[in-house]
Design a protein around this ligand. Structure first.
Ligand SMILES: Cc1cc2nc3c(=O)[nH]c(=O)nc-3n(C[C@H](O)[C@H](O)[C@H](O)COP(=O)(O)O)c2cc1C
Length: 160
């Protein structure tokens, strides 16, 4: 979803979708994710200037972050390099589904300048933004782009 009505989103709704995100699985149940919820229009506008992939006028943007120092402490190198991004993606997916259940639309955004987002959101040195998720009141009903299933699914062994 990339077209939103310019309406604010109730804090209680945002709290519910963030709670859903925190129920995602995480490697070793490490839960090293961090969420920064941005609702101030001026701050969202600044985020857009450093995020070419962030389109439309969402009522909120959630920065799904990882505390890499915490991830390292709990899972060493594997925790930082593999589990942290997987866990962030799991949390983001929960967030998308919970937002949809609330009647909201979302877009996952990876196209942004990490350092600029970190500065705008005052992230501590070890906290890395992994994804931005825009959340808003839908102003379109987009059709899901087609999925290619040719050569994607393999039974028992690759090629089977
Ligand atoms: C890791 C990831 C990064 C993405 N980054 C962007 C982005 O920067 N900007 C954007 O508009 N959409 C982005 N998307 C959304 C995809 O383009 C979208 O999910 C895909 O085209 C399938 O469409 P659907 O989710 O509506 O079914 C991203 C999705 C994922 C999973």
């Amino acid at each position: 979803m990339r077209r939103f009505k310019s309406l604010p989103i109730e804090r209680a709704v945002l709290e519910r979708i963030i709670e859903a995100a925190t129920w995602a699985p995480s490697g070793g149940n490490a839960q090293t994710w961090r969420f920064v919820i941005v609702t101030e229009p001026a701050r969202i506008a600044k985020l857009k200037t450093v995020s070419p992939g962030l389109l439309g006028d969402p009522g909120a943007v959630v920065s799904v972050c990882q505390d890499l120092a915490d991830a390292r402490a709990k899972g060493s190198t594997l925790g930082e390099t593999l589990l942290a991004p997987c866990d962030a993606a799991m949390a983001a997916q929960n967030l998308l589904l919970a937002a949809y259940a609330e009647g909201l639309g979302t877009c996952t955004v990876a196209s942004f300048t990490h350092r600029a987002v970190a500065r705008l959101l005052k992230l501590p040195a070890d906290v890395e933004p992994v994804l931005l998720v825009s959340v808003g009141t839908p102003d379109e009903t987009p059709k899901a782009p087609p999925r290619n299933r040719e050569g994607i699914v393999h039974w028992e062994v690759y090629g089977g």
